[in-house]
Write a protein that binds this ligand. Structure first.
Ligand SMILES: *Cc1c(COP(=O)(O)O)cnc(C)c1O
Length: 425
């Protein structure tokens, strides 16, 4: 399979007249179609809700689109909670799945009426001491340890992850919370990341549903929801087969009917907290080729760098690159595609076969819609790029302006840099 950008060279040449590269651009149509398909895939479950993982992309214009499909917000920090509040997201549509949580964030989440998903046994006490009581509804993040496997192949290693309650702690935690007056319980687990298989959710669901039945039997807890969290991935590589959300939804339904319904738990709501799946394919990082360098290797220097998209530098992650206008040329040239950070890992691609690249070419870096802009940082004094929305009618809307030097220097309170550079404010 080949990966096609959702913008053409002609469109980008028009857009850069107003918004110079680099920028992130998002595809409204794609976001909507995917959100609708997810909703339909889980329509069999009456209480189903997707809480979009705001950390994947915190742009309120994009979150607002997802809100139209019934999505809530999954928050992991103070500012993500503040964003949800400012957007008018009601408490019942906010999930607070954080870890190593500061007291003031628990306080704020309780104030908003968000559902708190506790990451640790000791947080039961911490939360009670912080706010003076326990909310009537609470959720616990479960980590059964060991490896997470699907048909004998290891998907991930939860035993090595910092998150969640052990099995023993989960059962003890439910007992303790029940004694302290908690009435409605949820269970959450995130056991494998970026899975490109329709089996992940159904396999995870089986573990969680079986655990839920035991928890109900042994502790008498009233379990009202099970949160399958994130982890449904996207094909970053062109030869990967994408997930089919309808097959995934149907797979979870089968396990639900096999395990929960016979246990008298046919009213349990299914929640998800997808981030990557909701946004990654619908965002491109668009960058311009500004240099060619011929030394021990062939380098293409672009005007974006790892601060715009750090996954390749951080994880060695593959992101597909299309040279706009050269979609149909054969990929006969091998390049490293680099940014300008003084860091040798600032490479969007290593030994990548591409068509012959020339200075002035525009490149689309694919799957940049999740964990892209949101992971941005300011190393080397780099400024964050703009975010644009390609609307369904073909027009382009600026949904976050690029950072300016003023933004960068604004936090040096009491030091003279800002006033010297910007004497007029
Ligand atoms: C990161 C995260 C998600 C979203 O994960 P994706 O891989 O983007 O789907 C959901 N829930 C929690 C608690 C997370 O930390």
């Amino acid at each position: 399979m080949s990966k096609k950008p959702f913008v053409t060279k002609e469109q980008i040449e028009e857009i850069v007249k107003t918004y110079p590269t680099p920028f992130h651009i998002y595809d409204e149509k794609g976001i909507r179609e995917n959100a609708k398909a997810l909703k339909e895939a889980f329509a069999w479950n009456e209480g189903y809700k997707e809480f979009f993982a705001v950390k994947a992309n915190c742009n309120p214009f994009l979150i607002q689109i997802l809100r139209e499909y019934g999505c809530g917000c999954d928050c992991s920090s103070m500012t993500e909670l503040m964003l949800s509040e400012a957007m008018g997201v009601p408490g019942e549509d906010i999930m607070f799945s954080s870890n190593d949580t500061p007291a003031e964030e628990f306080e704020y989440a309780v104030k908003l009426g968000a559902t708190i998903n506790l990451d640790d046994f000791t947080h039961i006490d911490f939360l009670e001491k912080t706010v003076g009581y326990l909310p009537k509804t609470l959720s616990c993040r479960y980590n059964p340890g060991g490896y997470f496997s699907i048909s004998n192949s290891i998907m991930d290693n939860p035993g090595d992850a910092k998150y969640g309650f052990t099995t023993e702690q989960l059962f003890e935690g439910f007992r303790v919370m029940k004694e302290k007056g908690v009435e409605n319980f949820g269970i959450h687990a995130f056991l494998a990341s970026n899975t490109v298989t329709n089996e992940y959710y159904p396999t995870l669901a089986r573990t969680l549903f079986e655990t839920a039945v035991k928890l109900k039997e042994e502790t008498g807890a009233h379990i009202t929801f099970i949160n399958l969290s994130g982890g449904i991935g996207v094909p970053y590589k062109p030869d990967q087969e994408p997930n089919d959300i309808r097959v995934i939804g149907e797979g979870v339904r089968k396990v639900y009917e096999e395990i929960l319904v016979p246990a008298g738990m046919g009213d349990v709501k299914i929640y998800t907290e997808l981030g990557r799946f909701m946004m990654a394919p619908y965002g491109h990082l668009v960058t311009k080729v500004i240099h060619e360098k011929h030394t021990h290797k062939e380098y293409i220097g672009v005007d974006a760098c790892a601060v715009n998209l750090m996954r390749p530098a951080m994880y060695g992650a593959y992101h597909h690159i299309t040279v706009l206008g050269k979609e149909n040329e054969s990929c006969d040239y091998k390049y490293d595609v680099t940014g300008s950070l003084c860091e040798n890992n600032d490479k969007f691609a290593i030994d990548r076969m591409l068509p012959k690249v020339e200075i002035g070419d525009y490149m689309v870096i694919h799957e940049a819609g999740a964990h892209g802009f949101a992971m941005g940082y300011n190393y080397n004094g780099k400024l964050k790029s703009a975010e644009l929305l390609l609307k369904e009618d073909g027009s382009v809307q600026l949904i976050r302006r690029k950072e300016t030097a003023k933004d960068y220097f604004a936090t040096f309170d009491g030091f003279e840099i800002y006033n010297k550079l910007f004497p007029n404010g």
